[in-house]
Design a protein. Structure first.
Length: 423
């Protein structure tokens, strides 16, 4: 065999290899992809914030040693779920098998699992989520062998893990499984229930971290790809503002605005992102900061940046990080009822850390707001008025002292004038 023949054979093998890859290549629309692994350059900065601490949902973290303890609880939940329905395991598994291609297309990477393993993971985890929602919605569904709702620490951390960007399952498969289970049940245990209804308490709990209109979450439920996507949709501004090109300039801090005469007020809006400025008053929706806030916000940011063309939450984090540079800035918002009582240093630290995961783009959502604040600061009258009020009329006694000093000055002037006239 000469060298030319050898080259020809190698090329054919390479070509055949490419053909095999092309045959198995997954083609999916951009809209179907909704579950992502956080890019390593971002993940490596805060790996714990993107990694489940207690339970894995879906294939991305399945099989990790520290999460295996909860696998037994998933099987318990499966058994109790199965006991309420006359639908067979085979029917449930067949439903998932028929949806396998659609489910795999939801992931931003190829899932290297055999069909049997993939179907099994999706089935167990989907049933677990449904059962969790049932027990969260109505304690009557809870059992004595429940190791989640019987232990507050476990319940809390299970809940936190369910909002991670890498720990999501498509809502459509939960809906399909629950609807199938309802077709033949014992004692009408699911009468009047659907996925939206049983997830009501689950959705309401996010108000702990994010001011949000629960009714809005319900209206957006059918649009959401999964629960984290539902949250992204729910916090979008009530009145989307037209984005304008943002001229890079410094966004003033809360203290700088205060010194320029800007007043702060807690907004009545139920939507976190509805920050407004009108007639010298900056209104910001009430928020609280907890131990899990940073982790919660970081996953919203990561998902929005990977999935959405709109970057509302990114821009919210950016403007809040500029407003809250120091603990004094945070204390000012606490004093004005915008932030719940707490550690002002922690508040500024949270947004300072989140700022590293966000970016300031030319189409910054709050560009018009920042421009209005800058214009207000540039008007000298506002600053002089603020200095006078903050330094000389900041208390009743200070006001009395200033008035007394003015009266004394006037009387002194009159006396001096009279003395000059008498001469």
């Amino acid at each position: 065999m000469d060298i030319h023949s050898q080259v020809s054979i190698d090329i054919r093998e390479i070509a055949d290899s490419f053909r095999r890859k092309l045959q198995t290549l997954r083609f999916s629309s951009q809209e179907s992809c909704c579950i992502y692994r956080v890019p390593q350059p971002i993940r490596c900065l805060n790996p714990s914030d993107y990694t489940p601490h207690l339970i894995s949902i879906g294939p991305l973290h399945h099989g990790k040693a520290k999460l295996k303890a909860m696998e037994e609880q998933k099987i318990r939940y499966l058994e109790h779920f199965r006991q309420r329905t006359q639908v067979s395991l085979e029917e449930f598994l067949e439903l998932i098998k028929n949806k396998e291609a659609e489910l795999r297309a939801c992931y931003g990477e190829i899932i290297e699992l055999e069909s049997e393993d993939f179907v099994k993971i999706i089935f167990i985890d989907a049933v677990f989520l449904i059962e969790y929602l049932l027990r969260d919605f109505n304690p009557c569904f809870r059992t004595n062998d429940d190791l989640i709702f019987s232990k507050p620490w476990t319940e809390d951390h299970t809940y936190y893990d369910m909002w991670l960007v890498e720990n999501q399952l498509p809502i459509f498969i939960l809906n399909d499984l629950f609807n199938l289970a309802k077709t033949a049940t014992y004692d009408d245990c699911y009468r009047g229930l659907d996925l939206i209804t049983i997830s009501r308490n689950f959705r309401s709990c996010i108000r702990t971290f994010v001011p949000i209109d629960v009714n809005l979450l319900e209206s957006r439920f059918s649009e959401a790809a999964h629960f984290l996507d539902l949250l992204r949709l729910g916090i979008q501004p009530s009145q989307p503002r037209t984005k304008t090109k943002f001229r890079v300039q410094s966004i003033p801090t809360a203290i700088e605005l205060h010194q320029a005469g800007v007043k702060f007020k807690s907004s009545s809006s139920k939507t976190l992102l509805d920050i407004s400025f009108n007639e010298g008053i900056l209104e910001i929706p009430l928020l609280d900061v907890y131990d899990q806030t940073q982790r919660f916000y970081r996953n919203i940011l990561a998902f929005e940046n990977m999935h959405s063309h709109t970057r509302y939450f990114n821009d919210y984090v950016k403007i809040m990080s500029y407003l809250l540079i120091t603990a004094k800035d945070a204390e000012l918002l606490i004093q004005n009822g915008i932030v719940g009582p707490g550690n002002s240093e922690r508040l500024s630290t949270v947004f300072h850390n989140l700022n590293k995961d966000s970016s300031l783009t030319p189409s910054f959502y709050y560009s018009a707001l920042v421009e209005a604040l800058q214009n207000y600061r540039r008007y000298p009258y506002h600053k002089w008025k603020a200095i006078l009020k903050q330094n000389y009329f900041n208390s009743p006694w200070a006001s009395i002292s200033v008035i007394a000093a003015v009266i004394l000055l006037v009387l002194t002037f009159i006396q001096a004038t009279c003395s000059i006239i008498a001469l």
